[in-house]
Write a protein that binds this ligand. Structure first.
Ligand code: NAP
Length: 299
């Protein structure tokens, strides 16, 4: 049995589709948000997925979810975080607890989803937690693989959803620094395919895979592209990075439900740097622009 943390999320659902295609048995841990009509649980069960309901921050729930599993794919923890404490808890603290429980529960294979750009001294707190979590996994006895995707898209694009409150600001759209950091949006199905093809591939063990899409955008190019699609005419205004923290606080007051690490994420690269790596499967080459119209309609 393979436990997929985050199996109801954007990436997790794509992972499940690939697991089902290969006829691998899967279990999902979900909080089962929503009432009985909107809950994802009946859908998951209908696909033949086992479901454990609870919070992944609860060690008892983790132990129940891990029981009887030989492999864990950790794609849990929402990209969108409006609370700094939840961000640390979901992206770092959970990983230590999960690794401890999985090791004592006899799990051998562990695939961990991190982020392109995760680094120790990043301007983004989330990228720092992601880096620390990678170190936790590398220190375990698992056959581990770490997957570092750039921002991924399917019928939605969480990075764009996080930027949306900024893009809607008037009279100017504030950009931290030069806006020249780069991103390589990648099709979510490609990321899921790499994960599932790595699962029982000895060559993927102890590897860290970087996964980016075929087009590299600077943040400015990306914002201009979205402005064009959304017919937004507002001018951009560059904010010095040393006052970006103040800007973030002002944002937080003007706009509700802003990503707590938005300024950090808008200031760091999310691109592949390892040109030597060989992924276990070829990527589809799907570009963001092929999906952007639908993504914007779904916002
Ligand atoms: N989105 C991106 O562009 C991107 C890029 C690079 C890396 N990543 C990483 O990839 C992972 C998945 O991202 P995503 O965009 O697919 O996320 P998502 O669509 O927001 O889904 C998050 C998933 O995590 C689960 N989850 C969150 N908090 C939980 C909790 N306390 N207890 C149990 N389950 C919980 C959710 O389950 P329920 O809601 O069903 O409980 C859901 O299945 C995250 O670690 C993210 O940092 C994302």
């Amino acid at each position: 049995m393979i436990l997929v943390l985050g199996g109801s999320g954007l990436l997790g659902s794509a992972i499940l589709r690939h697991l089902h295609r290969q006829r691998y048995p899967a279990r999902v841990l979900t909080r089962g948000m929503g009432d009985w009509r909107s809950s994802n649980i009946p859908n998951l069960k209908q696909q033949g997925t086992e479901v454990v309901v609870g919070e992944m921050t609860d060690p008892n729930v983790l132990a129940k979810a891990i029981s009887g599993c030989t492999a864990v794919i950790h794609a849990g923890g929402s990209f969108f975080q409006s609370n700094a404490q939840t961000m640390k808890s979901e992206h770092l603290d959970v990983v230590g607890e999960l690794a401890r429980i999985a090791e004592s529960g006899g799990v051998q294979r562990f695939i961990h989803v991190s982020c392109l750009g995760a680094s120790e001294h990043s301007a983004s707190a989330m990228m720092q937690y992601k880096w620390e979590a990678e170190q936790v996994i590398k220190d375990t006895r698992f056959y581990w693989t770490i997957v570092r995707p750039s921002y991924f898209f399917g019928t939605s694009f969480p990075f764009l959803s996080a930027l949306l409150p900024v893009l809607k600001l008037k009279p100017v759209i504030p950009i931290p620094g030069a806006g020249l950091c780069e991103l390589e949006p990648v099709f979510v199905d490609d990321v899921a395919n790499v994960i599932v093809q790595s699962l029982y591939n000895r060559g993927s063990v102890s590897k860290t895979y970087e996964i980016g899409g075929p087009v590299t955008y600077t943040l400015l190019e990306f914002i201009e592209l979205v402005k064009e699609y959304m017919k937004i005419k507002t001018a951009l205004m560059h904010i010095p990075t040393d006052s970006a923290d103040k800007t973030a606080k002002v944002f937080g007051k003007i706009v509700k439900n802003v990503h707590t690490d938005l300024i950090g994420l808008m200031s760091v690269d999310s691109i592949c740097k390892n040109e030597e790596q060989q992924l276990p499967v070829e990527l589809s080459g799907m570009t963001l622009e092929e999906h952007l119209g639908t993504i914007i309609q779904n916002l």
